[in-house]
Design a protein around this ligand. Structure first.
Ligand code: BGP
Length: 473
C-alpha cells in the first residue's frame, strides 16, 4: 500500500459530540445543546426551533456526551497506544465567546484547549482543529438569526483570530466550517438557521452561505498572517453522485447534485463564484447581498487543502418511477442496487472512496485530507466483555485499500482521521447506539452507563495499520 511517509493517521471527534460539560467554566449554550434525541431533533435540524432554552423532560445528548472534557487525558493515552499521528477535534465557539460577542474571550475556555493541545503534543499527536463544527452560540441565533446576518462575519473573524494567536505554534492544521455544504440540507445544523412562517428559505440559506464563505476567507487571511507555517483548509461532506442510467438527463442531474456541494469548495478553493452558481441565483430569483471588498477577499484568500468526509456515494435518476429513498442520509439518493447499506441505510461503497478522492483532486489540484470516514453500527458487548466488530474492520480495510489506490492514482492525501475513534454522540440521530469507535464507551441512548472506556477488536487492528503505515490492512 502506497501511503506516504509522515501520513497523518488518526481519528476525528467534535466538541459537541464528545466534550459534554455543556455549561462548565463559563461556556455558553450552543445550537447543538438545544437538539434532543427523537423526532423533534429532525424538526429543529431543518430549522424549526421553538425554544432558545432546553425544555424540561427532554434528553439532550450533547450536555454530557462522553465527558471528554474531563477524561481527555485517558482518551489521548488510548489514542497514543494505537499510535495516532493526529487527532481532529473542534473548538466550541461558546467556550471562547459564551454569547459570541463578548469584548474579551473566556480565559477558562482558552485554557481548556491549551491543556488539551499540550496533552496531544506531549503524545506526539498533531491537533487538527475545526473552528466551527455545527455549534453556534445560541445568543447569536436569538439576537441576529445566526448566519443570515452579516454581523456573524466579523464575530467569526474575531473568534478565529483569537484562536490563531493563542495556539500559534501548537496547532499546524486548521479548517473553518465542518461540512459547509450541510447548510443546504440541515440549515440549523450547518448555520444555526431558524425559519419563520413565510421565510424565503433558499434566499436565507444562500445569503448565509455567502457570509460563511466570506468569514472563511477572513479566517484564511488571519491564519496566514498569524501562523504562516500552519495550513488552513475547507471541509465538505463528499461522496460522488452516480447517474442511475446513461440517459443524459440523469447524467446532468448527477452533475447538478454534485455541484450543489462543489459550489462552496469552488469559492473557497478557486476564490470566486462559478458561473453555474450565478445562473442558479438568477433562475431562482436569489439576490445575494455582497460588499465591495468581498470579491477580492475571496480571490486572495483561498484554502491550502481540501478536507472532506466520505461515508457513502449517492445515486440519482430523473425517472419518477425509480424508487426514491434517502439512503439514510440527507443528500437524498436513490437505492443503488449494486451496493450494500449500513444499519442506518447509508450506502457502503469503498470504490466510491477512490472515485470521490480522484474527483476532488482532479477538480481542485490541492492536497486532500480525509477527516471523516467510518461505519456507524450497533455494537454488542460479547460474553468476554469485548465488541467483536469484524464488520467495522471489514468496512475500514476496504476503504483504506481504495484510498491507497487513489494515492497510487496520484491523488495527494495528507492524512486520514477516521470518524469517532471513540464512541461519541451521533450528529444525525443524537444516539450513542450508532457507534463508530475502536474504543467502546459504556453509555446508552438515555444517558445511562459508567462512561468506562474499553477496547474493541478493531483497536488492535487499527494499531497495526498505523504501525505498518498502511502496509498491513
Ligand atoms: C458528519 C459530521 C460528524 C459525524 C458524522 C457521522 O456529518 O461531520 O459530526 O456526526 O457525520 O454522522 P452520524 O454521527 O450522524 O452517524
Amino acid at each position: 500500500m502506497a501511503f506516504p511517509k509522515g501520513f497523518l493517521w488518526g481519528g476525528a471527534i467534535a466538541a459537541n459530540q464528545a466534550e459534554g460539560a455543556y455549561l462548565e467554566d463559563g461556556k455558553g449554550l450552543t445550537t447543538v445543546d438545544l437538539l434532543p434525541t427523537g423526532s423533534k431533533r429532525w424538526d429543529i435540524m431543518f430549522g424549526k426551533l421553538e425554544s432558545f432554552t432546553p425544555l424540561e423532560g427532554e434528553f439532550y445528548p450533547s450536555h454530557e456526551a462522553i465527558d471528554f472534557y474531563h477524561r481527555y487525558k485517558e482518551d489521548i493515552a488510548l489514542f497514543k497506544e494505537m499510535g495516532f499521528k493526529s487527532l481532529r477535534l473542534s473548538i466550541s465557539w461558546a467556550r471562547i465567546f459564551p454569547t459570541g460577542e463578548e469584548d474579551q474571550p473566556n480565559e477558562a475556555g482558552l485554557k481548556f484547549y491549551d491543556d488539551l493541545f499540550d496533552e496531544l503534543v506531549k503524545n506526539d499527536i498533531e491537533p487538527v482543529v475545526t473552528i466551527a463544527h455545527f455549534d453556534v452560540p445560541v445568543h447569536l441565533v436569538e439576537k441576529y438569526g445566526s448566519w443570515r446576518d452579516r454581523k456573524l462575519v466579523g464575530l467569526f473573524e474575531k473568534y478565529a483570530t483569537t484562536l490563531f494567536k493563542r495556539y500559534k505554534g501548537k496547532v499546524k492544521y486548521w479548517m473553518t466550517f465542518n461540512e459547509i455544504n450541510m447548510l443546504l440540507h440541515l440549515p440549523y445544523v450547518g448555520a444555526g438557521l431558524v425559519f419563520k412562517e413565510g421565510d424565503n428559505k433558499k434566499q436565507i440559506q444562500y445569503q448565509a452561505a455567502h457570509h460563511q464563505l466570506v468569514a472563511s476567507a477572513l479566517a484564511v487571511k488571519a491564519c496566514h498572517e498569524i501562523s504562516p507555517d500552519a495550513k488552513i483548509g475547507c471541509m465538505l461532506a463528499a461522496g460522488m453522485t452516480y447517474s442511475y442510467t446513461c440517459n443524459p438527463e440523469d447524467v446532468w442531474d448527477a452533475m447538478e447534485k454534485d455541484r450543489e456541494s462543489f459550489f462552496f469548495i469552488d469559492v473557497q478553493s478557486r476564490g470566486e463564484y462559478p458561473g453555474y452558481a450565478k445562473r442558479y441565483f438568477r433562475d431562482h430569483n436569489l439576490s445575494i447581498e455582497m460588499e465591495e471588498a468581498d470579491e477580492a477577499l475571496l480571490k486572495d484568500n483561498t484554502v491550502d487543502y481540501i478536507g472532506f468526509s466520505y461515508y457513502a456515494s449517492r445515486a440519482t435518476s430523473t425517472d419518477p418511477n425509480v424508487k426514491d429513498m434517502t439512503s439514510g442520509n440527507v443528500f437524498g439518493s436513490i437505492e443503488n442496487p449494486y451496493l450494500e447499506k449500513s444499519e442506518w441505510g447509508w450506502t457502503i461503497d469503498p470504490k466510491g472512496f477512490r472515485i470521490t478522492a480522484n474527483q476532488l483532486y482532479d477538480r481542485y489540484q490541492k492536497p486532500l485530507f480525509v477527516v471523516e470516514n467510518g461505519l456507524g453500527a450497533v455494537d454488542v458487548v460479547a460474553e468476554d466483555g469485548v465488541v467483536h466488530d469484524d464488520y467495522r474492520i471489514d468496512y475500514l480495510k476496504k476503504h483504506l485499500a481504495e484510498m491507497s489506490e487513489a494515492i497510487e492514482d496520484g491523488v495527494e492525501i495528507i492524512g486520514y482521521t477516521s470518524w469517532g475513534p471513540i464512541d461519541i454522540v451521533s450528529a444525525s440521530s443524537g444516539e450513542m447506539k450508532k457507534r463508530y469507535g475502536y474504543i467502546y464507551v459504556d453509555k446508552d441512548n438515555k444517558g445511562n452507563g459508567t462512561l468506562n472506556r474499553s477496547k474493541k477488536k478493531s483497536f488492535d487492528w487499527y494499531k497495526k495499520v498505523i504501525e505498518t503505515n498502511g502496509e498491513n490492512l
